[in-house]
Design a protein around this ligand. Structure first.
Ligand code: BGC
Length: 777
């Protein structure tokens, strides 16, 4: 049997072991609550692809390398640290260590259940000397108790009494192989934790460590409950980097050893070692008080509520059904208990991108959270707000006003050493503003609007005013920036940037008008409001009259075409095989850029214009970034290319389950997974939220016979069901919701309203460049 995931609608199961695939399953089976992240490695710690235990925001700093100096280059990088590992439970069976590389696994399977939030592993293993045990372990990272994870580990002999020894560890400075090509990063990550305090008592231990340069402090604690035959002998040892509980017991047939391990984690840049120790000990006490069964019940309740607001169903493609739920499960894991921390590009599932957060979060992940778990979206935006001092400082260094948010970061300071893609990608500030306006419109959260929201909008609006300038012919120009497409850099009037900045300016005006006190506190006066309005009205949006399409940025459509026919398949991604200067001066698009503007600022373009622009860029977009397929799905669906949209939905949803970019070992692609929801809801559901209005325009691709999704809007939950010729809308809970179906007003109440789906617009279906068709294995 070829190892792989089994298809099931509510779980992800991998039967068999396939040691050479562990790195894949460690990422896909990662558990997280947005604060703690545990990669899905085997209990006994080895064999392992890439061990990983992460705490959101906990990083080490290192110098950034530059061959040539330049003004304003960020000086320090940040890299997520593999913290003290509490997952490890080793087992000796009649003197033989359980290690899947030896002996014989009669069966082995791991299952991640999307409804219970538990990762279960079951194996029947025969040691090299013929001792046969049945092992079952269950692992969870609590959604309800943020600092807590727990493991239940059960072993029983199968055909004869056995002596079992369990060693349950807390291990700091676990050896890892750094994937970084930068020796500085590798050095920063070698033994990154300096021991400060350790203590053990009974079955409980705590280790406190800190990092050298970033000076962050963390504590990890473990406590245990053991059920076993009564000849058990146990002991605890504590060293600087290792705490270990050892339990030895003779187990007869029909008996078993059951260890419940509770883990508590905490970190801080300010709290003392005693304070952090107390914090994790309190978390452990709380977890023990709740107990294993209680934690399971809380997890289930939390997820029942989540699926009630977020579930998606499709008929016609079981593999995709599973992928959609898998995607949603990981999005909620990444965001739900982050609490004023970033949501990194990989969540907490791996060390990829050094653990940095990008615009991916605001543009792809937050729309999903805004409409399913809005408090998580609010918390992620509060993190951005808490980094405003750094963003103001960055704008100041760059000689600009307002706030310039970083391209990539953990703590809010810019970490990108490549300025054309990093510093110049100013659109990230407009993306944050967009996420703020969407969240405020979808929730009417007045507190957030008055406090964090308005300030974020005002400071980003100020950035645009100082970045742009008026030209007598063109109006308000924003020159010298990099848009989403990183194969075109430092360009003039990138349309995506301009129209997102335009929205940023008008939303800032509206927020100040709604919240005059906040505006006054921020020093906004009538002249400033008038200036924002004027710049928005005069925003330059270039158009190529000859071709009848929008150039992604000025001059783009007259650049030399890329020679797609002459580009061998192995030469993708292009950035690893061609010099940037050549990519920059040719018409080749790494990822949706103008097409993303067609989605997010769809209010500005007619359908005919969208279809013409989409066709033009479709032929030039190669998706060397995983952020592209979802957007192409959304706009393809709107233009009536439903089957093409379906293929892009499949690509974005299956990116990690099928390892389409061959880098899942480093962690999951959160933006792409969030994109799966966007492709379904904004693509086939046609959901849009322009100007604070929620509207739909559903249509099905031929591969599906039905699709349905749920979401929340201003405290109400609704369900939209799409069939071939009709769509129906139903209120699940809360007050009726006013919306529109293909432009016709509809009030969504408890009784389902069914509406006819109008004919599909007919535009010729465009094709991607040769060799770059949507991927699915
Ligand atoms: C993409 C960026 C993205 C980053 C992190 C890059 O390959 O071009 O748009 O933010 O990956 O996902």
């Amino acid at each position: 049997m070829i190892p792989g995931f089994e298809c099931a609608s509510w779980e992800l199961r991998w039967r068999g072991l396939a040691v050479d695939n562990l790195h894949r399953t460690e990422s896909t089976f990662a558990l997280s609550n947005g604060h703690i992240g545990l990669r899905g490695s085997l209990d006994e710690g080895e064999p392992v692809g890439l061990p990983g235990t992460y705490l959101n925001g906990f990083y080490e700093a290192h110098d950034l390398p530059y061959a040539e100096a330049g003004y304003g280059y960020p000086e320090a990088g940040q890299t997520i640290v593999n913290v003290t590992d509490g997952k490890i439970i080793r087992l000796l069976v009649d003197d033989e260590p359980l290690d899947m590389r030896y002996g014989k696994a009669h069966s082995h399977q791991r299952t991640l259940d999307f409804r219970t939030g538990v990762l279960t592993r079951e194996t029947e293993w025969e040691s090299p000397t013929g001792a046969l045990v049945r092992l079952r372990s269950q692992r969870l990272v609590s959604f309800t108790q943020r600092a807590v994870a727990a493991i239940r580990y059960e072993v029983e002999p199968v055909d004869r009494p056995l002596q079992l020894v369990v060693q349950s560890d807390l291990l700091a400075n676990e050896p890892i192989v750094s994937e970084s090509r930068d020796p500085r990063v590798a050095a920063a990550l070698r033994d990154p934790l300096v021991a400060e305090f350790q203590h053990g008592e009974g079955e409980r231990a705590v280790l406190v460590h800190r990092t050298r340069k970033s000076e962050l402090r963390m504590a990890a604690g473990m406590d245990h409950e053991i059920i076993s035959p009564d000849n058990l002998r146990s002991g605890l040892t504590v060293e600087t980097d290792l705490a270990r509980l050892t339990a030895a017991v003779d187990v007869g047939l029909g008996e078993r050893l059951c260890v419940t391990k509770y883990l508590g984690y905490g970190w801080s840049g300010q709290r003392s070692a005693p304070a952090l120790r107390a914090q994790v000990e309190a978390a452990l006490a709380g977890a023990r008080q709740t107990g294993w069964a209680g934690l399971l019940a809380e997890q289930r309740r939390f997820l029942d509520d989540f699926w009630d607001v977020a579930d998606v169903e499709i008929d016609g493609d079981p593999e995709l059904q599973q992928a959609l739920r898998f995607a949603l499960f990981h999005i909620v894991q990444a965001g739900v208990r982050g609490e004023n921390r970033a949501i990194p590009g990989k969540g907490l599932t791996g060390p990829g991108y050094d653990g940095h957060a990008f615009w991916d979060t605001e543009t792809f992940v937050l729309p999903v959270l805004t409409y399913t778990v809005p408090a998580a979206a609010r918390d992620a935006l509060r993190w951005r707000h808490s980094t405003l001092p750094k963003a103001r400082e960055r704008a100041h260094v760059l000689g600009k006003k307002g706030a310039a948010f970083p391209w990539r970061s953990i703590n809010g300071a810019e970490c990108s050493a490549y300025w054309p893609a990093g510093t110049a990608a100013f659109h990230v500030s407009a993306d944050i503003a967009d996420a703020v306006s969407r969240y405020v419109a979808a929730t009417q959260d007045g507190d957030f609007d008055r406090n964090e929201g308005t300030e974020l909008l005002v400071e980003t609006a100020r950035l645009w005013m100082s970045l742009g300038h008026y030209d007598p012919h063109d109006g308000f120009r924003i020159d010298g920036v990099t848009g989403p497409d990183e194969y075109t850099a430092v360009v003039d009037n990138n349309i995506y940037t301009n129209v997102m900045a335009q929205k940023n300016l008008t939303e800032a005006v509206a927020a100040c008008e709604r919240n005059p006190d906040s505006a006054e506190r921020l020093g906004v006066d009538a002249d400033e409001l008038a200036a924002w309005r004027h710049a928005a009205d005069e925003m330059c949006v270039p158009f190529d009259n000859l071709l009848g399409v929008h150039p992604q940025s000025e001059g783009f459509t007259s650049h030399e075409p890329w020679d797609f026919a002459g580009t061998p398949e192995d030469n993708y991604p292009l950035m690893l095989n061609y010099p940037y200067f050549d990519l920059y001066r040719k018409q080749v698009v790494k990822q949706a850029d103008l097409v993303l503007a067609l989605h997010l600022r769809g209010d500005l373009f007619t359908l005919e214009q969208k279809a013409a622009d989409f066709a033009y860029y479709e032929a030039r977009t190669i998706r060397d970034s995983s952020l592209s397929a979802a957007t192409q799905a959304v706009v393809a669906a709107e233009c009536g290319h439903l089957d093409l949209a379906f293929d892009y939905l499949a690509e974005t949803a299956l990116i990690d389950l099928q390892d389409l970019h061959e880098n899942v070992r480093n962690g999951l692609h959160m933006a792409s997974l969030a994109g799966a929801w966007l492709a379904l809801v904004a693509g086939f559901g046609g959901m849009r939220d322009h100007h604070g209005e929620l509207t739909f325009a559903p249509r099905l691709p031929s591969a599906l016979s039905r699709a349905s999704f749920r979401m929340c809007w201003r405290g109400s939950r609704i369900c939209v069901e799409i069939e071939r010729d009709t769509a129906s809308y139903r209120l699940v809970s809360g007050d009726p919701v006013r919306s529109a179906h293909h432009g016709e007003p509809v009030e969504i109440g408890p009784e389902p309203v069914s509406m006819a789906i109008p004919p599909v617009p007919e535009f010729p279906t465009p094709s991607p460049p040769p060799g770059r068709e949507p991927r699915r294995k």
